[in-house]
Design a protein around this ligand. Structure first.
Ligand code: HEC
Length: 133
């Protein structure tokens, strides 16, 4: 009889310690999560999904009239690449002269959407919403 009691007590203590350890672990993983969330300092514009950064207003004004901003956010290239893209749209897609806004738009694009390895591995976008011209 005594042995059974001992065994029971042992089990209870063991269980208690296990659950303590379990809650400790979950606490740690919860902490990690919060850290990861507060870690990302990049903010995204709610309406367009574009990175909030200097020049955003210009990009919204000049670049989201014809097509979804997704076309921009999925594209990554350097300043020269962005310039070529703009020139191409000006020649083929009736994009207007960006004037003084052009260097600022290029600053924004090359800073926030620079070339990345990921872009090649990314699956191509589906269901792009087109705006009526
Ligand atoms: C006058 C209309 C118009 C405006 C304004 C416009 N675009 Fe475009 N853009 C287009 C069209 C049309 C396409 C789609 C071409 C296609 O489907 O091949 C396009 C495609 C794109 C693409 C995808 C290119 C690719 O090869 O995948 C990017 C990136 C892009 N535009 C960026 C911009 C940026 C940045 C601006 C602002 C400077 C802008 N667009 C303004 C008409 C426009």
């Amino acid at each position: 009889m005594r042995n059974t009691q001992k065994l029971l007590a042992f089990l209870v203590v063991g269980f208690f310690m296990l659950s303590m350890n379990w809650s400790k672990n979950t606490q740690i993983s919860l902490e990690k999560k919060t850290v990861a969330q507060t870690d990302s300092t990049i903010k995204y514009d709610e309406a367009t999904g574009l990175v909030v950064s200097e020049g955003l207003e210009l990009v919204v004004a000049h670049c989201t009239g014809c097509h979804s901003s997704k076309l921009i956010t999925q594209f990554h290239t350097d300043r020269q690449g962005w310039l070529e893209k703009i020139r191409w749209m000006q020649q083929k897609q009736k994009l207007w002269d960006l004037g003084e806004a052009e260097p600022k738009i290029l600053d924004y694009l090359s800073k926030n959407y620079p070339p990345t390895e990921k872009v090649n591995r990314r699956v191509s976008l589906k269901n792009i919403k087109w705006y009526k011209l």
